[in-house]
Design a protein around this ligand. Structure first.
Ligand code: GLN
Length: 199
């Protein structure tokens, strides 16, 4: 299924960094719409699950009755998850049991992730990462990692678009794009443009 490309890109606007994603898509001349209720998914061509906090996102997704509708959406249309958004897409968490408590992922992206794998907020950092394949260009991408998850294992259908420190940090599986970092915090729009090209 393909939604008409005239439709806006949706931003899951329950919590987290959706405003900066809006600004990135608008800079590319693309309309956006905030999604907070199941019915609003019918009005968007694709969806971004932004960074934030996956325990809070879990709670708010379930409170809004969005879990089933999001799963259905992600089976057919493009979804980009960044940082906590990637955690929500992941098949499973590789955290210790105590840390998993309170996070229930959607399980659509075939990778296991460990939350807060690089330390605490103060350990946040920016690193240049090389983009592969469709996203490739000679310039490295300035990847901003904020309490970022690490992708610790992944399935055969998962294509690695960038890695850092021996782990994938940008992956694509069909129409799903998962980033462990925050592309919306840089002026570099290549990954938002790549996502727009996915449907
Ligand atoms: N550490 C957060 C979580 O586990 C993610 C941080 C982020 O999205 N910047 O949900």
């Amino acid at each position: 299924m393909n939604a008409p490309t005239g439709m806006p890109v949706g931003l899951l606007a329950l919590q987290g960094d959706y405003e900066r994603h809006e600004a990135s898509f608008r800079a590319l001349g693309c309309a956006t719409a905030r999604v907070r209720r199941p019915g609003e998914l019918a009005r968007v061509r694709s969806l971004v699950i932004p960074g934030g906090e996956s325990t809070t996102l879990t709670r708010l997704i379930d409170l809004a009755g969005l879990r089933g509708p999001l799963l259905e959406f992600a089976r057919e249309l493009p979804v980009m998850g960044t940082c906590a958004g990637l955690i929500m897409l992941a098949r499973e968490l590789a955290d210790e049991a105590v840390a998993i408590h309170g996070v229930r992922t959607l399980g659509v992206l075939d990778c296991a992730v460990r939350r807060n794998a690089y330390g605490r907020q103060v350990d946040s950092f920016t690193a240049p990462v090389a983009l592969q394949d469709a996203a490739a260009s000679p310039q490295p991408f300035p990847a901003v990692f904020i309490r970022a998850p690490r992708i610790v294992s992944w399935g055969r259908d998962v294509e690695i678009l960038a890695e850092h420190g021996g782990s994938p940090v940008a992956v694509r599986q069909g129409r799903l794009l998962g980033l462990t970092f925050h592309p919306e915090l840089t002026g570099d729009l290549r990954l938002h443009r790549l996502f727009l090209g996915m449907g």
